[in-house]
Design a protein around this ligand. Structure first.
Ligand code: 09M
Length: 426
């Protein structure tokens, strides 16, 4: 793969920060090393002596001695050594990336951080960018300032339709256009392959292979934004794009938010060295590194659990969200039948609902929903062109209790009926 065409001028100008490179030496020196090189504060002046975290199973994680020192101190930009090793081992076990020898892993402040920096590495103003539509609102928020020319690809109950992707590309470009630096051919395909936000749709393996082939034909980099990978409701998790990546054209964004904690702000980027390195340099100058405390805590947890323990935990999380989904589907059947329609989410934490007689849910939700004691997100927030009315809305089944989900949908049904009456009067 030739990565030059993918890295914009700003990112190509990024160089390793000398101070951060010195910090690497801190971890490589001999025990006798006298380190006078950098402004690393003296931990004996930190007020924190140790920390103990209680897990739900009653066991505890003790941070003391070296672990509390590591947790409270600067660390390497790429990530806390032991955690980086654990995550690399997990990526190999789960995805067996074909290009593993040239693959890097970078720990970020949530996957949002990695996603944002990856787009900032590749995007130029007005670039074409291919997205599955509807799109996660957080990605639109990253992209919109670039005033991109979205290439929204039609999706169905199985996600992005490969034939539509190919048609969208071939209607404007030829594969050879990727050889010309002057061509405005898209460089990025952004996709949530499992339990997509907001639709809950997962792309089957057969389609992922077709999509990957199209990415080869048009020399695309696939942004595999997959925070719901562990929240797939089918018995087997579908193999990731990373596991299909024989070229080194997939940058994968994983998140610990949905399975361990969203407040610890840990995600990790996995991809070819040539594309992860510029993101690392960006980290060096923006946040230096993800939180040491969060990284050490998670590393100690994974040490205590082992991979089997972690995978057992994520199975319990998956079962919880699967039950929450059933509760919301039952509430939708009970209260929304005749007023709306929806797909059965195959993963994630969202139900994507289409009103049958309300052409635009935004005014209904933003102006009138609170009075009905229910709130959810209007579909326009997930569209590449938010100026257009949208009959969809996104309901999350992650937090509400079964009783509240039922009450919320009862209120929502009333809200929709009143909206229909209102539009009839107009
Ligand atoms: C597809 C996709 N990619 C990346 C992320 C970011 O995850 P993280 O940085 O690893 O925690 C997300 C998180 N999605 C949301 C987050 C959120 C946070 C506060 C309030 C509301 C939020 N709503 O609504 C969300 O959908 C996501 O769905």
């Amino acid at each position: 793969m030739n990565y030059t065409r993918f890295i914009n001028g700003l990112s190509a100008a990024r160089k390793p920060s000398p101070i951060r490179e010195m910090t690497k030496l801190l971890t490589q020196g001999s025990p006798d090393l006298v380190f006078l090189a950098s402004g690393v504060p003296n931990p004996s002046m930190f007020p924190f002596q140790g920390a103990s975290v209680t897990l739900r199973d009653g066991s505890t994680i003790q941070l003391e001695g070296k672990t509390i020192n590591d947790a409270l101190q600067y660390g390497p930009t790429q990530g806390y050594g032991p955690l980086l090793a654990q995550l690399k081992e997990m990526q190999q076990k789960l995805h067996s990336p074909p290009c593993w020898t040239n693959t890097e892993v970078l720990i970020t402040n949530g996957s949002q951080d990695g996603l944002c920096k990856a787009f900032e590495m590749m995007m130029n103003l007005n670039d074409h960018v291919i997205v599955q539509e509807p799109v996660y609102a957080g990605t639109l928020a990253i992209l919109n300032p670039y005033k991109p020319q979205y290439v929204p690809v039609q999706c169905d109950a199985n996600g992005l339709i490969p034939e539509e992707l190919r048609r969208s590309l071939e209607s404007k470009w030829k594969s050879e256009d990727t050889q010309s630096s002057k061509s405005d051919v898209p460089k990025i395909l952004y996709v949530n392959p499992a339990g997509a936000n907001p639709t809950g749709v997962s792309i089957p393996l057969s389609r992922r292979k077709e999509i990957y082939q199209i990415a080869k034909d048009f020399d695309l980099i696939i942004f595999e934004d997959d925070p719901y990978y562990f929240l797939q409701f089918d018995k087997e998790r579908t193999p990731s794009f990373l596991s299909l990546d024989t070229d080194g054209r997939v940058i994968r964004f994983d998140s610990l938010s949905k399975v361990l904690s969203s407040g610890i702000r840990l995600g990790y980027v996995t991809g070819p060295r040539e594309l992860v390195e510029p993101i690392t340099y960006h980290m060096q100058v923006s946040v230096l590194h993800a939180s040491s405390l969060s990284q050490v805590l998670v590393s100690e947890l994974l040490k205590q659990w082992g991979q089997e323990g972690f995978l057992g935990h994520v199975d319990r999380v998956q079962k919880f969200y699967s039950q929450q989904r059933e509760i919301m589907l039952k509430a939708a059947e009970t209260h929304l039948t005749g007023l709306a329609e929806w797909n059965i989410p195959q993963g994630g934490m969202f139900l994507w609902i289409k009103c049958l007689e309300v052409s635009d849910t935004r005014p209904m939700i933003m102006d009138r929903a609170l009075k009905k004691d229910v709130i959810l997100l209007p579909g326009r927030e997930f569209m590449t062109d938010p100026s257009q009315p949208c009959p969809y809305m996104r309901a999350s089944f992650s937090l509400a209790s079964p009783e509240n989900i039922d009450r919320g949908f009862r209120n929502l049904a009333q809200l929709i009926r009143e909206e229909i009456e209102l539009t009839k009067k107009v």
